[in-house]
Every structure is written in C-alpha cells, then in structure tokens.
Design a protein around this ligand. Structure first.
Ligand code: B3K
Ligand code: ZN
Length: 873
C-alpha cells in the first residue's frame, strides 16, 4: 500500500456542487443511483480527467447529462472510476452501482446489523457505496431517497430534514426523501432502514427554534434510552451556554445498532451509535457505562460544530475535530459532575493509553504527516493528547482568551474544511499572542520528561527550582526541540497553604503558572518565608511525565495537604508506583508503612469526595508499572508484586476498609448520579482490598455483596473481586450472573471480560473455551473487544506470558479477524505496541509472532500490515 503524505495535498480538479442519491435497498443487491452536479475548478485544464474513488464496487452504468457513456470514454474498476474527458465545464454525472450489505463484514460502507441497514463512512467508507471524491475537503449538498420493503424496514432515515415520504405504488415498498441543506463531506453521510423502536422529546434552542429529538433502538430496548436522551438534552443546553453553539436542523436522530466498529459516529443530523453507548438501565449498565454514554452522546453532538460545520481539510487534520471535541466533552462532564474527579479519570486514561503509545513504536505526532491506513490513526494520541493540547491553549490564554479564540474560529471558519494552522491562528489573532513555539506540540511526537529539583536558601529567603525537559527520540524524529510546557504550581508551606513569592526570575511566571520553554531553566522565587514542598503540574497542566525528586515524606505531605486535589491524587500514585517498582525488584521499600498509614487516612477523610477516595486507593495497573520500568520488563514479577502489595494493604487496613464499607449509606433506589456512583466506587474499592486479604469473612462478604446487588455496578464489582482473588463462591457467582443475563449481550460482555482476566495456569486454553461460549461471536466487535480486548488489556500475565503463548494467540486471531474485519484486527494487533519494553525472553517470542503475521499465506489488509510493520521497525 501507498504512503499518503501531507505535503502531497492538492485540491480536486472538479467541484461537486450537489449530490442526489437513490438507494434501492435489498439485502444482497442494493442499487445506488448517484447523480452528481460537477463543475471544473478554476485552474483545471479543460477536459482534464475526472477520477473518483471506489472500494469493492460493482458498476452498473454511467452516464453524463442523460447520455450513457461509450465504453472507451471511461475506465472502471472496483477501486476507481475515471471519466477520461468530461464534455463540459458543468455537467451531471449519473452513476449506478450495486453493493451487497449482507456480506459486508468490514462494517464500513452500507451493511446490515441484525436486519437493520446502516452505514459507516468515516474515514473512507462512502467509496464502498458509490464512486465519489471521498475526502473531507469536498463539501456538497446531499439529497437522499431511500426505498425499501415496508414490513421489514418501516423506518427510513437520512441526513438533514425529512422532505417527502410515501408508498411506492403497486409494490410492498415505500420511500423517504431526506435533504441536508448544510454542505458536508461524504464521511458524514448516513442512512438507516429497519424495524426500530423510537423514543422522542421536543427541544427548543436558545433562540427559540424547535427540534425533534429521536433515539431509535432495536425493538424491546426502548425502555433503556432515558439516560441517553437526558444526556443529549443536557449536551445541547451546555453547548449553547458555554460555547454559544445552537443546533441547526429540525430533527436530531440517533440510531443504536449492535454491530459497530467503534463507539459512535457524528453523521449530520443522524448519529449512529454502538448500542453500548445508548442503552442503559440499572440492571445491565454500570456507573461507568452511564458516564460513558453521557460522554459519547455529548461528544457526537458537539461534533455538529467541531467537525461538521467546520470539518478537516484532509485526514492529517483529524485532531482538529477529535482533539477539540474530546476537550469539549471532557469540559461538559466536568461541569456536570466533579471537576477534579473527572480530571483524574481523564489523566488515568491518557496515561494508560496514550503514554504507552507515545513511548513505543506506534508513536506519532498529534498531527501526523504520513500514513498508509487512516483508520489506524484514530488513536489516543490524536484524541486524548489532542484534547490536552486544546486544554493547554486554554491554560495559557485563560478562560476569556480561549473563548475569544473559539468564537473567532466559529465565525471565521464556519463551512470550511480547515487545518490546525487555521485553528491556532484564531487564538493568536483574538489574543494578539504568538503561539508558534506552542504549536510544536502538534508536530513533535513523544512524551516529554520533566525533571524538577528544588532547594531552599533560608538566609536569602529564596527557593530555587532547577527544571529540565527531555524527550526521547521517536520513530522518524531523532532530534527533539524543547516544548512550551505550562506548569501550574504551588509552593506548599508547612501548614499546607501555598506560600506567596515577591518576585521571580528565570522564567515567565504569572501567578501559579510557569512557562517552561527551554531544555533547562533555573527559576528563583524571592520572599519565601519557610521551606516549601513544591507541588508541580497541578491539574496535570501539560501531558508530560514529571520525574519526582521529592522525598517520600514530602510526597506523603502533598498527599495529605496539597490544595490541588489532582496533585493529592498524583502524589499517592507516584508513591504507589515507586513502592511497586521496588517490590517488583525484590526490595523492601523504605517508607512503606508510613504510606499505608497515610492511605488509610485518605480513605476515611470525610472532606474528600467519595469518588476521589476511590481513585486514591487504586493501585497503578500492571501495564502502568511496566511502562514506568520501561525496559526488560518481567510481567510475572510485576503481577506478583502488585498482588502481594494489594494483599498487604488489605490486611494492614482491613478494619478501616471494613468500617467504611459498613458505614456507607446508600440511597434506597438506584440512581446513576455522581454522588451515588462515587459511594459505590469507594465501597467497591474497599471490598476489593478486603477481598485481596483473602479472609473467610471477606469471601462471604463479597459473595453477599454479589447476591444482594440491585444494580450492575455492584454485581459486576463484586464478581470481579471474587474472580480475581479466587474467593470461595466465584464459580457460583459466574454461573448466577450468566443465568441472569444470558439474553442481554451487553451484560454478557462484562461476564466475558471478567472471565478473560481470571488468573489461570493456561490462560489461552481458557480464552479458547470462552470463544465457544454462546455469548461470544467473532462477528460482533463488542464481543471481541470484551473477550479478546479484555484479555489483552486486563490479563497482563496471560498476554505477556514468558512462553510466548499470548503473543502466538494474538498473531493467530489477528490473521483470522483480518479476513473479515481489518479494523478490528488491527485494533487488536496494536497490543503488540509495548513488546520492545519486555525482557529478552519475551521480546524474542513477540518478534517471532509479529514476523509470522507478515509471512502468513494470506493477503493482509493495509490496516494490519501497517501496524505490524511499525511495531517491527
Ligand atoms: N468520528 C468517529 C470515529 C470514526 C472512526 C473511523 N475509523 C467517532 C468520533 O470520534 O466521534
Ligand atoms: Zn469524535
């Protein structure tokens, strides 16, 4: 496959003004009639060829201005349609193609999910429907007519507003016409047809325009949409209030389908969702699911302005819409819930997904400059680090400056296909500020490591901070320039209050914000009355790794006294990580008992949020410890150390955890609100430590928690503790869960993922057995993410087994999945991304497995090939 490069970007020679589509839906042979109104772009030579993209298409006919084209006038293959010499400057091209939704297992283009016709066009799926300029900078007005069987497809949905509908006389079929007045790129096209149930609400925008809101689901699921509808309405209000953005069509439709490659898709006026992010009730969804739904519904809705009204010039600009929209959904959730708790959750996600990516062979800039398969670049770097960059802009410019820049962006670029340069320019122009140094964040990959060393001079009343930044080489980027790193900080005095300073030298410092812009900087604070403990990178003000040089006493001090809740949590994590690494190395860490004692205090600190305490008690994951160790990793040693430490904490603080557990007052009926969710989280965290202590009492308590659970959060939480700590009753609980939920696929996904994490002598044999379970299917991405993804991400010992069995298995299923669904296959294969950090024994096995994929006797997709080659590079 070809390498696509940003520097090769060129406009299309022709412009598509109008698109009219007719779909004659049939399960195995859908006919698509596309009529494009085109004109020659100024600067294009008269008669220059028109080359349109296709993918796996069957051409039925092609005509221009009503006359069929002679055979020598065009060239057609499944991948391309070339009209050699278009006859005029303006013309209508009519192309008929045939596609097969039934055999479309890639879930890209037009496919069937449980009898429901649906589409997924981002990034390049529209070319699997008809020949087109399938690229984001070609914006056009779409009208879609859908024809289908009345009985099996009573609901027919398209983009935009409904225009017409009726029966097709003399047949069992009917039609609907949808018109979308907003010019859009083809990746935002969508269509749905099926027998669906619907929940509706009326919404009135801030300026008084009525909007019909509908959520369509498979029949029988209509009583599980309350939360997603509520989330949608709150998102719409929030975007009006916080960004001044209103919705712009008469209807907003959401459809939930069960077979979907990712979370959801922001098609104009017709969002299509993985049902995991729509359906919820207390019996089948956890608090995390409720939060996930709120986030994804908001995210897709927010794309209407950041993505749809203003889209990307090419796919290299993906972060323009994704990073910005993730930032927006994070801000929404922060306003709806507890801001510090949300910040901690987002940072945990960033560190567990993006940091490993950026420190391994798959590292790439937030705005990459080349790719082979764009679907491989919907990454944690583009999304989550992309959001961090927007957050830093806000940090640097302040809330008002940020809003001014956003207002200008909406005003200046509405209707455009834009670039990151356009975006940054708006903040520069609105604030008369130069962001050129800052913009390096978009182009230079890798996680910067920041080192800070402080010293206090009592006589001079100065505090000196030596700061250093360093970014390791990443693929294609050997030399790194220093980043512009905004560091929010406080100098914490003995009583826990921040100390004031009279003046500073050595860096630009404004209040509690310091700009680290060089490789090395020495910053001197004057007028510091007593020796402070520095609290750096408050609120996680930049996506960097801060190397702590603080003593354990100082960390414990911050853990107890920092006024920044994020850094209280961070201090806890830093300590836990340090202790766990020493334990992994077989050492007996200094300060361990003092830390455990401090942890107990935090757990019982009534001034802290329940959810915050829950996060505080959470040990870093095995992968996080592995990343921190960085090289020659032995995952068994990490697993053993982490288990032993959990057990030690569980035993040492047994009474504390039991007290918190017993005393927690829960509301009589389930509610997914943040406070109740936080209480459940803290209670379950205590239960997991009690479970780790593996006493008879804790086994009974955990089993009772499972048996008495009146909601999925508690049921799943207790089941996890039973299974992970192999407590008495684990097998019974697994059976009971299965009996209760066997007919609810999304609930059984949880069962699959817990089972995939169970400690086992032969993890692969266990996984193979689970793939035979009726709840599992290789045809549905959610089932694969639950079981296989659950294993790869949640069973570190099993996946990284020293005998290479986990790597062999991943190679096997990557090859198998690649035959049906390359996007899912390549997503799984990305788990190879950390193999270089492993010890020699494991590296040999991983490398062999990767090479085996490349050497296999089968045609590899571009998706899988690119990932495997990058891993081996
Ligand atoms: N824009 C889609 C992702 C499309 C992924 C294509 N492989 C969902 C989102 O980010 O909102
Ligand atoms: Zn998105």
């Amino acid at each position: 496959a070809q390498l696509i490069k940003l520097e090769d970007y060129k406009e299309t020679p022709y412009v598509i003004e109008n698109v009219s589509l007719v779909f004659k839906l049939q399960p195995e042979a859908t006919e698509v009639i596309s009529t494009l109104t085109l004109f020659r772009r100024e600067g294009t030579e008269t008669g220059a060829p028109l080359e349109l993209d296709g993918d796996d298409l069957t051409l039925v006919s092609v005509a221009i201005d009503g006359a069929a084209l002679a055979e020598e006038a065009y060239e057609a293959s499944p991948e391309k349609l070339v009209v050699q010499t278009p006859p005029a400057d303006t013309f209508k091209l009519e192309v008929v193609t045939r596609v097969n939704p039934t055999t479309n297992t890639k879930l890209e283009g037009l496919y069937l999910s449980q009898g429901i016709y649906c589409t997924q066009c981002e990034a390049e799926g529209f070319r699997r429907i008809t020949y087109y300029y399938d690229r984001p900078d070609v914006l056009s007005v779409f009208t879609t007519r859908i024809e289908a069987d009345k009985v099996t497809n009573p609901i027919l949905l398209g983009n935009g507003n409904p225009q017409d509908a009726g029966d097709i006389e003399g047949t069992d079929r009917h039609f609907a016409v949808w018109h979308d007045p907003h010019p859009k790129p083809a990746y935002l096209f969508a269509l749905v047809a099926g027998d669906l149930a619907c929940t509706s609400e009326k919404y009135t925008t801030a300026s008084g325009k009525p909007v019909d809101l509908n959520i369509y689901v498979e029949k029988g699921n209509e009583d599980r949409t309350d939360w997603s509808m509520d989330s949608l309405i709150r998102s719409m209000r929030w975007d009006e209030k916080v960004f001044g953005r209103e919705y712009d069509l008469e209807v907003f439709n959401i459809v939930a389908v069960s077979a979907f490659n990712m979370g959801a898709m922001e098609n104009k006026g017709l969002n299509i969702f993985n049902d995991k992010y729509i359906l919820a009730d207390s019996d089948t969804a956890t608090d995390m699911d409720y939060e996930g739904i709120e986030t994804v519904v908001a995210h897709e809705y927010f794309h209407n302005w950041t993505g749809n009204r203003i889209t990307c010039r090419e796919w290299f600009q993906l972060c323009l819409k994704e990073g910005l929209t993730v930032f927006r959904d994070q801000e929404f959730s922060s306003d709806e819930r507890s801001r510090p708790v949300k910040r901690i959750a987002d940072v945990i996600r960033l560190k567990s997904r993006q940091f490993p990516e950026d420190q391994g062979p798959l590292s790439h800039p937030v705005r990459p400059t080349e790719y082979k398969e764009i679907n491989n670049f919907y990454t944690a770097t583009v999304y989550d680090k992309g959001a961090e960059l927007v957050r830093m802009i806000k940090t640097i410019l302040g809330a008002d400056g940020f809003r001014k820049g956003m207002d200008l962006y909406f005003e200046r670029h509405d209707g455009d296909a834009s670039t990151i340069e356009d975006f940054l320019k708006c903040f520069e122009d609105a604030n008369q500020q130069d962001l050129s140094h800052f913009s390096l964040w978009y182009h230079q990959s890798g996680t910067p490591f920041v080192k800070a060393n402080g010293s206090y001079d009592e006589a001079a009343k100065t505090y000196t901070l030596d700061l250093e930044q360093n970014t390791a080489a990443t693929p294609g980027q050997d030399e790194k320039k220093p980043f512009f790193i905004p560091i929010r900080f406080g100098l914490v005095g003995p009583n826990g209050d921040d100390l004031a300073y009279t003046s500073v030298e050595g860096a630009h410092v404004d209040g509690d914000l310091l700009h680290l812009t060089e490789d090395k900087q020495t910053v001197v604070f004057h007028g510091i009355g007593s020796k402070p403990v520095p609290s750096l990178l408050r609120e996680f003000s930049a996506p960097v790794k801060l190397e702590s040089t603080l003593s354990r006493e100082d960390q414990i001090f911050l853990m107890r006294h920092d006024i920044d809740p994020f850094n209280r949590w961070q201090a806890t994590q830093t300590l836990m990580t340090e202790l766990l690494i020493e334990l992994t190395n077989g050492e007996e860490p200094a300060g361990k008992d003092a830390f455990i004692e401090a942890l107990g205090h935090m757990a019982e600190d009534k001034n802290l949020d329940h959810a915050f305490r829950g996060f505080g008690l959470m040990l870093p994951s095995e992968q996080a410890i592995a990343l921190e160790i960085g090289k020659d990793v032995d995952t068994d040693a990490i697993g053993d150390a982490r288990d032993a430490f959990s057990k030690e904490i569980g035993k040492a603080l047994y009474d504390t955890f039991k007290r918190i557990y017993d005393a927690m007052e829960m509301p009589a009926t389930f509610s997914p609100d943040a406070l109740s969710a936080g209480k459940r989280a803290l209670k379950l965290r205590c239960l997991s430590y009690l479970g780790a202590a593996q006493t008879e009492e804790s086994a009974v308590l955990t089993k009772a928690h499972f048996d008495n659970a009146d909601n999925m959060t508690d049921r799943m939480g207790a089941l996890t503790v039973l299974v992970i700590w192999q407590l008495a009753g684990a097998q019974d609980a697994l059976k009971a869960f299965e009996a209760r939920h066997k007919d609810t696929a999304l609930a059984m996904d949880k069962w699959l993922s817990i089972a995939a994490r169970a400690p086992s002598e032969d993890a692969i044999a266990a996984i193979r057995t689970l793939t035979e379970h009726p709840a599992f299917s290789w045809d549905n991405p959610n089932r694969i993410y639950a079981l296989i993804g659950g294993f790869l991400g949640g069973n570190t010992r099993g996946f990284h087994a020293a005998d290479g069995s986990g790597y062999d298995y991943l190679a096997e299923i990557t090859l198998q999945l690649d035959k049906t669904n390359p996007q899912v296959a390549s997503r799984m294969a990305k788990s190879f991304g950390t193999w270089k950090n492993m010890n020699a024994e494991r590296r040999v096995k991983a490398e062999a497995a990767l090479k085996r994929i490349l050497a296999a006797d089968q045609q590899l997709s571009t998706d899988v090939k690119e990932i495997v080659e990058l891993c081996l590079d």
